[in-house]
Design a protein. Sequence first.
Length: 340
Amino acid sequence: MQERLTKMLEEARRLIAEAMTEKDTEDVRIRFLGKKGEMTEVLRSMGKLSAEERKELGKAANEAKEQIAKALAAKAADLKSKAKEARLKAETIDVTEPGVRIRIGTKHPVTQVIEEITEIFRSMGYSVYEGPDVDTVFNTFDGLNAPPTHPARDMTDTFYINEDVVLRPHTSSAEIRAELELPVPYKIVIPGRCYRCDTPDATHSHTFHQIEMMVVGENVTMGDLKGTLDLMAKKLFGPETRTKFRPHHFPFTEPSAEMDVSCFKCGGKGCNVCKGSGWIEILGCGMTHPHVHQAGGIDTDKYTGFAVGMGVERIAMLKYGIDDIRLLYEDDVRFIEQFK
């Protein structure tokens, strides 16, 4: 038995010295120290020996087992150190080599327009207010003075969740919420996403963005509205921009108007962008109808106000010369990078 232990220890040391990988050392451990290894066989065979022989052989076996375990641990540590050294050598970076170009993202043109318009109104003392994408029929239509027969209420125009809840077709639905929540007077701008049952084409999409602007206070007039929008247009399209207001009708404003700006491509001379007219329509506006103020709990004897709604995609298309609204939703990085 002693001779067998000696040969086992020599063989284990030889195999450990020859081991090239951590797997090799693990194989040696299993062969000699595993549950079914050679050392286990030696210890099991001790039952046939006398007590004195078992004591002597047990001591020798434990010493051999300890020596093999120490040799394995030392070899494993050495292999691990060499592997780390090799890995670090392979991963060495030549700092003189040109670096890998990092591709920096670009803000979407819709986002750029929203931020630009919002910042213009912030500079005039407005605060940003947000309403939910899913809103009540009351906030969307009834509170905004839209009659039951208004075509916008049809299921062919508006997405209904149920008979009392819709996906908002315009950011105007936030006006009633603002009147109920905010202390008067206030000036707010309301950016957001809207939804309508439109078939996508070059100028229409079922999902789009609007920016609503609303003012409530004492002695607010149509002159205040026109002056505010004229300043916005000059900051957005350039100081030479001219504005023109045409009478229109919206159920939530009275009087109502649509605002045109002088064509920023031809300067008003007439071109393909303005279809030869020299003017481009960009938004609808008007003095807030008293019925809307009443729905929001505003004292109509003391306060007046005005509201504006503009399509973000339309302004982005005009501002950046985009001829198809669908390009804004294709997530093509090559397209978006043009607007850095």
